[in-house]
Design a protein around this ligand. Structure first.
Ligand code: KIV
Ligand code: ZN
Length: 386
């Protein structure tokens, strides 16, 4: 069996921090359920201390998700950790993800703390979180602009205090694949305790290298990748989940690793996120862009007609593109509509079904084809408890 790489989805936390991408409670729940269908390993559902609404949303997500770990972000403050625990404690598998900045520039100008104080705080807060649960992730914010020896020391201390996942984020999207590979390898050689825990990476995309850096990190020993649907996130976004999953699936010859992602749910996840946020994916976006499987030139069309592999390195079906086909039309009845909803993972009560069915008929009247993405949009726009 090849080594498993855990996929930590932060669409609901870092992703939500991108302009225009904030989601209400119902939308977060709908997306969380889709992330569970996509089979991510960890859902970071929010930052509990950010607002009472965020805490409530994480709590609701934690209450409905059955097969996936649910995490809340927390600064290394007692109050944040208490709130994170309050938010995730009902999850089948809860995690607290606590972080503090470790780069000289962040420690001096943002935290106004000495490196020793940062180290003490990190250790103390991991111990504090440990009284609530065992699954604790620690992140060294701005790790790629931090000193390697300092990181090795702080990681050793937080691992001894009980952290089970150590995240080495490229917070400002500054590193490059070769540099990141060497950086992680160096930290591992200076901190043997890292061999006992999951090493995570969280790569921002400021230089367009989020996915490439994540892949370099896997080769350097990372076992968890933090990423988002459609690559949304702070500034230029995070590494895109669908790109990482499809690289690992398509190039097993150079990446002999396994991911639990059900790739056939990729397109539905991407479309649901766009329909919830109203933020469209650029047409040439890898994997999920409208043109990702389109062949415009005559030469390409000719090749693909003879043998798809001439210009397609993966099949549209593998990301669920043609799965998402016509399912119902304007002549379909309420039973067929409800059967489809159930197959898609929705359980509507009588009133919700009646409202959704009315809307479905309106949509079916306007469009010849009603796709799963239309049904997702009907559910997300109606006042339905998902
Ligand atoms: O970019 C970052 O460093 C983060 C941390 C909180 C993991 O989002
Ligand atoms: Zn981030």
């Amino acid at each position: 069996m090849s080594k498993l790489i855990k996929i930590f989805d932060t669409t609901l936390r870092d992703g939500e921090q991108s302009p225009g991408c904030s989601m209400n409670l119902k939308e977060k729940l709908q997306l969380a359920r889709q992330l569970e269908r996509l089979n991510v390993d960890i859902i970071e559902a929010g930052f509990a201390a950010a607002s009472p609404g965020d805490l409530l949303a994480i709590k609701e997500v934690a209450g409905v998700i059955e097969n996936t770990t649910v995490a809340s972000l927390a600064r290394t403050h007692k109050d944040d950790i208490d709130k994170a625990w309050e938010a995730v404690k009902d999850a089948v598998s809860p995690r607290i993800h606590t972080f503090i900045a470790t780069s000289p520039i962040h420690m001096e100008y943002k935290l106004k703390m000495s490196p020793e104080a940062v180290m003490d705080r990190a250790e103390e807060m991991v111990k504090y979180a440990k009284k609530y649960l065992s699954n604790i992730e620690f992140s060294a914010e701005d790790a790629t602009r931090s000193d390697v020896d300092f990181l090795a020391k702080i990681f050793t201390r937080v691992i001894n205090a009980g952290a089970t996942t150590i995240n080495i984020p490229d917070t400002v999207g500054y590193t490059t694949p070769e540099e990141y590979y060497d950086f992680i390898s160096k930290i591992r050689s200076k901190c043997p305790a890292l061999d006992k825990v999951d090493i995570s990476v969280h790569c921002h995309n400021d230089l367009g290298l989020g996915v490439a850096n994540s892949l370099a990190a896997i080769r350097a020993g990372a076992t968890q990748i933090e990423c988002t649907i459609n690559g949304i996130g702070e500034r230029a976004g995070n590494a895109s989940l669908e790109e990482i999953a499809m690289v690992l699936n398509t190039r097993k010859d150079i990446y002999p690793y396994t991911v639990n992602i059900d790739t056939k749910q990729i397109m539905r996840s991407s479309e649901l996120l766009s329909s919830i946020t109203g933020v469209k994916v650029q047409p040439n976006k890898a994997i999920v862009g409208a043109n990702a499987f389109a062949h415009e030139s005559g030469i390409h069309q000719h090749g693909v007609l003879n043998n798809k592999e001439t210009y397609e390195i993966m099949t549209p079906e593998s990301i669920g593109l043609h799965e998402n086909k016509l399912v119902l039309g304007k002549h379909s009845g309420k039973h067929a509509f409800n059967d489809k909803l159930v197959a898609m993972g929705y359980n509507l009560d009588k009133e919700e079904l009646a409202a959704a069915f009315t809307r479905f008929k309106e949509v079916a009247d306007k469009k010849k084809e009603v796709h799963e993405r239309d049904i997702d949009a009907i559910v997300s726009r109606q006042n339905i408890a998902v």
